[in-house]
Design a protein around this ligand. Structure first.
Ligand SMILES: [Zn+2]
Length: 484
């Protein structure tokens, strides 16, 4: 996510710190990945009816007797304990007054039983007919209804489009401590999921088109309904944006076809170019982009940008300069979130810090966009020091530890300064200490060793530490002992 231009959010809830293990994605051999087959039918207003068949492949070392899915769409309901949108952001988000949505599971088949519950009615638990042992599979099917709020956020009917992030039940990531059942924190991106294969069909009123994470493999029109099917392999999520007014601009990057979707009169200035140039730069610098397409979607959004595998949402009301910055940041998340995942709930600095620092590196190498390494570092340092001073005054002592739950940040202001600015300063410090050659070799190594996995911070530290002794330096930043 890019939230630098947003107002502060206040959060008070707490959850335990948990770091998920790296689990490799077993792509291309077909039967070794979880898979989602989803058919979603949109009524042209506020309702999406979904049918989903989920095939589970047990790649853990445990016997699995139930599956847990996060129902992110249910956080938009009236009375939710955790709202996806903070009070401060509500006015911009709820453009037509307060509005509610919900995600309701109608029926689950192929199971011994199911129930919805969790801390905030956010978890669907499906009991399997019999335990699934390692390397075995199980399949369940379900139907659900997603009611969309009128809201400029990840999931909702916006002022111009329909944003469909988190539009289906998503299997919670699993490790030795069980499933990660994070509630929908309004700060940060509370989504932690493992890579799977996707086959997604959208039935839409024929005047609508969809920008999606997948590659379109078929399209038909019957009466007033257009049906298009999309596929995506080895991705930890799948998102779409619908509109009855999309225009597109296409551009080719070295490893993928990029389409910019927009609803204005003209294509946004330089967005296609910076998306393609940054995708090429990140492919060359860290490792190849893994998906055939990348959709860059200009859409009403409360934050500046939001990343999904092979799709990024960019707020359509940003200045030209902020739009370019955000597009590069969200494109960087294809490497640090989509391909190399991590526990974004408890270790947000890992992907946000890398996305920010990768953005700095891109602009450093593409000076025509007008951002410089010195200026970006200066901005981050100044902002961080201001935060540190203000929080010292308010709380007596600013908490500058970096590895903590999204629920443990006092505000979005604090979250942005720790997960983005402090992490950017940390990576700059590592780079100046190690030298460019070792620094970029370490990032390439981290990418190669953790592609399609949920990497722990230890995996990141190990990649750097194999080339230069950085463990103490990183610990100083992460544990809040380094003075900036
Ligand atoms: Zn981000």
């Amino acid at each position: 996510m890019n939230m630098k231009k947003t107002t502060a959010f206040i959060l008070t809830a707490a959850t335990a710190v948990m770091i998920l293990p790296a689990t490799a994605c077993k792509s291309s051999d077909g039967d070794k990945l979880n898979s989602y087959e989803i058919t979603a039918t949109y009524d042209g207003e506020n309702t999406l009816e979904g049918a989903m068949t989920f095939t589970f492949f047990n790649d853990t070392e445990s016997e699995i007797s139930d599956l847990k899915f996060n129902l992110w769409g249910n956080a938009y309901r009236e009375g939710a304990k955790y709202s996806p949108i903070s009070e401060e952001a509500a006015t911009k988000a709820y453009y037509d007054g307060i509005s509610y949505g919900e995600m309701t599971v109608e029926e689950v088949t192929g199971c011994a039983g199911w129930e919805t519950g969790g801390e905030d009615e956010n978890i669907l638990t499906v009991t399997l007919p019999e335990s699934v042992y390692p390397d075995e599979s199980a399949r369940i099917s379900l139907t659900y209804t997603l009611k969309l709020a009128n809201v400029n956020h990840r999931t909702g009917v916006t002022q111009k489009t329909v944003n469909l992030g988190n539009f289906y039940p998503v299997l919670c990531a699993y490790d030795e401590q069980g499933y990660a059942e994070s509630p929908y924190y309004s700060s940060g991106d509370p989504f932690v999921s493992e890579c799977a294969d996707y086959s997604v069909t959208f039935n839409l009123p024929k005047q609508f088109t969809a920008a999606t994470s997948g590659k379109e493999v078929s399209r038909t029109v019957m009466g007033d309904t257009s049906t298009a099917k999309y596929e995506l392999s080895c991705a930890r999520d799948f998102a779409a944006v619908l509109s009855d007014n999309f225009k597109t601009r296409q551009i080719k990057a070295d490893d993928c076809d990029i389409t910019v979707y927009y609803t204005g009169e003209q294509p946004p200035e330089n967005i296609a170019e910076c998306a393609a140039e940054s995708a090429d730069y990140f492919s060359d610098t860290f490792g190849k982009y893994a998906y055939p397409t990348l959709s860059v979607v200009m859409t009403p959004l409360t934050v500046s940008g939001m990343e999904y595998p092979a799709l990024v949402m960019i707020a359509d009301d940003l200045s030209a300069s902020d739009g370019i910055y955000t597009t590069v940041h969200e494109t960087a998340h294809q490497w640090w979130y989509a391909m190399v995942g991590n526990d974004q709930v408890n270790c947000a600095w890992q992907d946000e810090g890398l996305a920010e620092y990768s953005t700095l590196c891109f602009f450093e190498n593409h000076p025509s966009y007008g951002f410089t390494r010195t200026a970006m570092l200066g901005t981050a340092t100044k902002a961080y020091r201001a935060y540190f001073s203000v929080y010292n005054q308010i709380f007596g002592k600013a908490d500058t530890t970096m590895t903590r739950s999204l629920g443990d940040f006092a505000s979005d202001y604090e979250y942005a300064n720790i997960a983005y600015n402090k992490a950017l300063i940390m990576f700059e410090t590592l780079r100046t200490s190690m030298g460019d050659e070792k620094f970029f070799a370490a990032l390439k190594k981290y990418f190669g060793e953790n592609k399609f996995a949920l990497a722990k911070s230890e995996n990141l530290i190990a990649a750097f530490d194999s080339l230069y002794d950085v463990e103490g330096m990183i610990a100083g930043f992460v544990e809040g002992k380094t003075v900036i």
